[in-house]
Design a binder for this molecule. Structure first.
Ligand SMILES: [Zn+2]
Length: 342
């Protein structure tokens, strides 16, 4: 549905951003990315499209022209004190703690004077392991590049034995979910892919030293679960422990005096009871949490919805403008708030 409005924004970009922000009263937006690179990243290649540095800089130019960049702690302070948000602002964040954040993104942001927050999977810091979806992308690449029919045949037999039959091998590898993630390790052995080797050579994640040096430069860090499960696929006590343990790990490891968390994949279907525990008055687990449902309000006001920018070939201009159009459209049916059941 969003894509329809991104297309609409592409062909009809005439309404001034100021009109859209004041009509919707949505003055603060939370765009987010994973990586930026001019080179192909094998572990992301088959999952989603990332921005080149040129496209990323164009996105940022659009953002600073229409919104003031704001630090997440300043925003948190305003939220806590119920201070009115007087100007249009944007709060930028990045998920997964990838090395491109250190090598490519942070230098651009420092040059432009834009603050940002990066959310880390506590189990992957220092390249200790690889996210299961990234493993899937690496395996799909191996299948697509292999000249050996034996590999393809063996992969087919394996996938069939696990009841993962799709028309296409790549499709069925990419459909492997968190509860079945060990299939990816088994398939890697069959395809002679060594994930430890991949981690050592490619260093997909930031090291603790790199993170510490970015903290000194003013960047903020939060948690993004231990190993990136789909919350809808795990029981609630596991959702709580993934959240609690990753926040504790990140805040202790880097001595942070704030506790932020962004949901791995999505917070869709996460219950009101989960949020009551996370934000309990006596023992809060987090100060603020972040989803990715676009421009939307949440009945849990400490859970902020962000706008994913890595969507096909749409520019940030089209996506953000399109999100405002979509927000106005949904407003006609009172559909701009996410209600949380138990
Ligand atoms: Zn993620």
């Amino acid at each position: 549905m969003n894509r329809f409005f991104f297309h609409l924004a592409r062909v009809f970009p005439l309404i001034p951003l100021k009109t859209l922000t004041s009509a919707t009263k949505q003055r603060t937006i939370f765009p987010f990315y994973h990586a930026v690179s001019n080179e192909e990243i094998i572990h992301i290649k088959h999952l989603y499209k990332i921005r080149s540095t040129g496209d990323f800089e164009r996105d940022l130019d659009f953002l600073v022209k229409n919104f003031i960049p704001e630090d997440i702690l300043t925003f948190q302070e305003k939220l806590k004190n119920n201070e009115p948000l007087k100007h249009n602002s944007f709060i930028l964040s990045f998920d997964d703690g990838l090395s491109e954040f250190y090598d490519i993104i942070a230098p651009i942001l420092l040059r432009k004077g834009i603050p940002a927050t990066c959310f880390l999977n506590s189990g992957f810091i220092d390249n200790r392991d690889l996210f299961f979806r990234y493993k899937a992308s690496v395996l799909v690449e191996k299948i697509k590049k292999t000249k050996s029919d034996t590999f393809v045949e063996k992969a087919k037999i394996f996938l069939k034995s696990k009841n993962l039959r799709a028309k296409d091998i790549s499709e069925s590898i990419l459909a492997i979910n968190y509860p079945n993630r060990s299939f990816l390790d088994e398939l890697a052995i069959i395809l002679e892919v060594d994930f430890s080797d991949y981690l050592n050579v490619k260093r997909p994640y930031m090291s603790s030293d790199q993170i510490n040096s970015l903290i000194k430069k003013g960047f903020r860090f939060g948690a993004h679960s231990i190993d990136h499960p789909e919350y809808a696929n795990i029981p609630q006590d596991e959702q709580i422990s993934e959240t609690l343990e990753s926040i504790n790990d990140v805040t202790n490891r880097f001595q942070l005096n704030y506790k932020f968390f962004s949901f791995p994949f999505t917070d869709f279907d996460v219950s009101g009871r989960f949020f009551s525990r996370i934000f309990s008055k006596e023992h809060p687990i987090a100060d603020m949490t972040f989803g990715c449902a676009g421009l939307k309000n949440d009945s849990c006001t400490d859970n902020i919805q962000r706008i994913p920018i890595e969507t096909d070939n749409f520019t940030a201009t089209e996506i953000i403008r399109g999100e405002y159009y979509y927000y106005i459209f949904k407003g006609l049916f009172n559909k701009n708030i996410i209600f949380r059941g138990n």
